[in-house]
Ligand binder design. Structure first.
Ligand code: NAI
Length: 720
């Protein structure tokens, strides 16, 4: 035994298997636990004194899922589909042994049970679940590129039918205790302190020792297989929705739905075998590696502040100042108040400040409507936002975030006014989207306390905050900025100062490429649709309309004047200039841009585009358009890495997925290079540089890296 389960038997002959991984805050299905579980099942089975057993957890949650640290490196270790199959089949074997051992197993689900943790519960004969709202059941594997591999795709449909099981398996829908009871996924819900007692009461009664699907004459709820009318419709709609939503970029949901489809017309053991085979194929392939690494491991590390400088005391913001109550200031006020922080929201006139606060009021109203908040809670949080025009009100703020107009002069004035009243050791952060932090910090008397906190719009929805380190920013300022990001439950990346920082700089290459292709005569519908096929959230032309061409125009003019002779005009800028200066089609906010926005109708590409930019007789393939859109972003990221804008591949990847929606199947911009292979990547960039222009030119640094076959991540590790 490895000490992961405490085994005891009470006077009534009921064994308790208390799962409690030593030294861990959560139980995960690691190799040691699986082995201990197998031994405990054997003990229960062979000990005549033991009538049955209850599984329980010594932690506040039940079991969080499989131990991903092993799975995430499978691809890099060269694990084959057969080995992946064996991994799943071994776990399935242990669960199946428990299910068919002839003695009853109950489970006391005291908190969340996800992935393999939930699958373990499904293999028990009786399930009692805590009624606490934090206790949820779910199969989130698909969202990180995997699929259930311990019976989830077989037992859940057999328990509640295909139609109700698919959203849990494919969309990772979590089940609350109430919902789990309603669906028949658990037998009882009870206060957490009664769980063991209830489970034991069942065991001492006349418990069944077979799962429903092992009982002769078992009827599949809603019918088995695809030919029953309900299932036929479910599979038909399900597969077409999957294809539309994933564009075949994601093998995991396809594997999962295939396992359900094929496994449901076979006996359970064959079904489990089918599931393990699909699991093996997934875990040995690169998409699962990419997604597990970036969406789970590296995002998790970022959330735990992996980049926080050491030796600095943990801090909390109790009073936050926000300068500028416009779109960004209002959003930052909302997420901060929601985290229980007192907010002073300052603008030039009280009406603007109030308008900023009203934004929060609206969002709180929506939260109440959806049942996420109550009147009292929302009122209390709203009362945390104090609107003002007086700088004196910023007194005692530990952190002030500036979100006034994007003008160096205005930002300099508000910095000085703020520093006159805030404590000496307060942190001043700018939310500028384009102006280098080091330059803005020149207006500060204490540049060591000056950082960038770059939020994304809409602030309440976007999960990332880019922390920008100026030349003089101190470690303490970085640490406290990161603490604040964690406090408001966002994901941070740390980036060194550079024009456009990381996210804006890289993201703008794809909108630029989209506009360049338009000017070349590539069909705008092809550009937009290819972007969606690649898995980008929206096409580059639609994005430009959203952020407004006018903003692109202003930023370019500003950068051109800042850089003077050093400025190289972006290939897509002539398009922006034409739309802003000549056509007055400045973007969605103005009712027209690359798209038309007719009232009450869906937007559509402006018909004048093809007159302006006549279509090439020979159009490129969709794949070529996709490659141009993805390669330009990956290449720009490599340049950022080379220049030291960021120090870790993980930050680049997490930032690209959570900052602007770079396709998650790629694992992020640098994982994309590793996925296609750095040599192939460089060769393709060379080809594109020759065909489309020097923006695809590869630096010597990258070429040497490619020649040496050096990937951005060290092979076999989750992080670098
Ligand atoms: P906005 O125009 O919606 O709001 C700016 C607010 O600042 C207005 O309410 C204005 O009255 C106020 N303001 C102007 N001068 C002021 C002063 N001297 N003192 C106090 N308040 C003053 O602008 P938005 O979009 O909220 O942007 C604010 C900052 O955030 C800019 O630096 C922008 O570049 C940056 N940013 C914007 C993003 C976006 O998607 N809009 C994304 C990330 C950063």
């Amino acid at each position: 035994m490895n000490n992961t389960i405490q085994y005891s038997v009470d006077a009534d002959g009921i064994a308790t298997l208390m799962i409690d991984l030593p030294g861990k805050s959560m139980n995960v299905l690691c190799a040691e636990l699986i082995s201990d579980l197998s031994e405990c099942i054997d003990k229960v089975t062979t000990d005549d004194q033991v009538k049955g057993a209850v599984l329980a957890s010594g932690k506040s949650a039940f079991v969080a899922g499989a131990d991903l640290t092993e799975l995430v490196t499978a691809f890099d270790r060269g694990v084959t589909a057969e080995q992946g199959y064996q991994w799943s089949w071994q776990l399935t074997g242990v669960f199946r042994k428990m299910e068919t051992c002839g003695k009853p197993f109950a489970v006391a689900i005291n908190g969340l049970a996800l992935g393999g943790g939930f699958e373990l519960c499904l293999a028990c004969h009786y399930r009692v679940m805590s009624d606490h709202p934090k206790a949820v059941l779910g199969l989130p594997e698909v969202s990180i590129g995997l699929m259930p591999g311990a019976g989830g795709t077989q037992r859940l449909p057999r328990l509640i039918g295909v139609e109700k099981a698919l959203p849990v398996i494919l969309q990772g829908k979590k089940l609350s205790p109430k919902k789990a009871l309603e669906l028949g996924v658990v037998h009882e819900i009870a206060p957490v302190e009664e769980l063991l007692h209830r489970a034991k009461t069942w065991l001492k009664g006349t418990p069944h020792v077979q799962a429903p699907w092992d009982v002769k004459g078992f009827k599949f709820p809603g019918g088995a297989g695809a030919n029953t009318p309900r299932n036929a419709q479910t599979f038909m709609v399900g597969t077409s929705l999957l294809a539309a939503n994933t564009q075949h970029n994601y093998p995991a949901p396809i594997g999962a739905i295939s396992a359900v489809y094929e496994g449901c017309i076979t006996p359970i053991d064959t079904g489990l075998d089918i599931e393990s085979q699909y699991f093996g194929q997934l875990v040995s392939a690169v998409t699962a590696r990419n997604m597990m690494r970036s969406l789970f491991v590296n995002k998790g590390a970022a959330d735990k502040l992996a980049r926080r400088p050491e030796g600095i005391e943990k801090s909390r913001v109790t009073k936050l100042g926000i300068l500028g109550a416009g779109m960004m200031g209002a959003g930052i006020a909302y997420v901060s108040a929601r985290a229980g922080i007192q907010v002073v929201l300052l603008d030039t006139d009280i009406e603007s400040a109030e308008r900023g606060k009203a934004y929060s009021e609206n969002l709180f109203k929506k939260a109440i409507k959806r049942g996420y908040s109550t009147q009292e809670k929302a009122r209390a949080l709203l009362n945390m936002i104090h609107t003002t025009t007086e700088y004196a009100d910023l007194e005692a703020c530990e952190l002030v975030i500036e979100a006034v107009f994007e003008s160096r002069e205005i930002k300099a004035v508000v910095t000085a006014k703020t520093e006159a009243v805030i404590p000496e050791n307060a942190i001043f952060a700018s939310n500028t989207s384009t102006l280098p932090i080091t330059g803005l910090a020149e207006a500060s008397k204490r540049p060591q306390g000056f950082i960038g906190l770059h939020f994304f719009s809409p602030v309440d929805k976007m999960p990332l905050v880019e922390l920008i380190v100026g030349k003089k920013s101190s470690d303490e300022a970085i640490a406290r900025g990161l603490d604040y990001i964690q406090q408001i439950r966002k994901t941070p990346i740390v980036v060194n100062d550079s024009p456009g920082f990381y996210t804006s700089r890289v993201f703008s290459t794809s909108t630029n490429e989209g506009m360049t292709m338009l000017a070349e005569g590539i069909n705008p519908a092809l550009i937009e649709n290819a972007a969606k096929m690649a898995g980008l959230p929206v096409g580059p032309l639609a994005v430009m309309d959203e952020v407004t061409l006018e903003l692109g125009y202003r930023i370019t003019m500003q950068t051109a004047s800042d850089l003077g002779d050093d400025y190289t005009m972006a290939s897509g800028f002539p398009v922006i200039r034409k739309f802003v200066e000549e056509l007055d089609r400045k973007g969605k906010r103005y009712g027209k841009g690359f798209y038309d926005y007719p009232e009450g109708e869906k937007k559509h590409l402006w018909s004048g585009l093809v007159e302006l930019y006549p279509l090439l007789d020979e159009q490129p393939s969709a794949q070529e358009v996709i490659d141009r859109l993805l390669y330009c972003q990956a290449l720009e990221t490599a340049r950022c890495f080379e220049e030291g804008v960021m120090d870790y591949a993980a930050d680049a990847d997490v930032g690209s997925i959570f900052g602007w929606g770079f396709p998650p199947w790629t694992g992020g911009t640098l994982s994309f290079i590793d996925t296609v292979g750095i040599k192939h990547f460089v060769a393709e960039c060379d080809r594109m540089a020759a065909a489309y222009g020097p923006r695809f030119a590869v630096s010597d640094w990258l070429r040497q890296r490619a020649a040496a076959g050096e990937s951005f991540y060290q092979v076999g590790t989750a992080e670098i």
